[in-house]
Design a protein. Sequence first.
Length: 287
Amino acid sequence: MDTHEPVIRSGAIVPERAAQWAGFAAGLFAATGHAVEAAPSPDLRLSLHVGPPVVAHCRAEGLVQDRLQREGDIDLLPAGAAGTWEDEGPARFLLLRLAPALMRSAAEGLGLASGRLEIAPRLQLRDPRIEHLGWALKAELEAGAESDPLYADSIGLALAAHLLRRYAAPVPAAAAGQALSRRQLARVLELIEAALDEPLTLGRLAAAAGQSEFHFARMFRASVGLPPHAYVLARRLDRARRLLAETDRPLAEIAAACGFTHPSHLTRHFRAAFGGPPGAWRAAIRG
């Protein structure tokens, strides 16, 4: 289960309480003037605003909102979706994560085929059922004592079942397993190669294919075997490796040329992919 905290671009964010159970996790966070990135994750994520009202600017899978965020507002990111939130003042929120195994279990209990359902992203959702369960979890976290696993498991399963009943829809036949056409894929791959040094968004790639963002991600994966963000990262790392091998350019220049925001960003991903930092890799191949 993906249990990483949100990635902070600015401001400060403090985890107050957190707990994890089978297929389900919850955390309370306090933030001050923060800009948060939620990268694609295999988990379904729910964020419940539990603090005073704050003006927020939000983006998620093509949805854009400039809003006054109030207590009880809910943002929903399904598995594979990404989003950004920028709050103009202090904010406090409860973040819930539901793992794929929990969603499958709930679908089976409801007699549904989870692989044929999809849940769309939603911003500033008002849902009394989710809110009620969220407040119950918040109280459990704030109590400080070790939670009863059976109680938490029951809440997690109730949340998953409610989300499937209320928000899941059948995957359109055209998007369930259909790949991009050869021409569509060529346009997208050409764009990726030409813009590896630029910020690439799902919307920009989907527009090149003439598809909605939600359906494009499925069709791209069916075409190349990887989700868009993973493919782009692989291409950026390949370019970085080539520049390290063939040039004497400093790491900062190579990071910028490959679309990494900072040399440390490149180093982290390079180490994960190739087993060591870029400098050591360069020295090793040059003998």
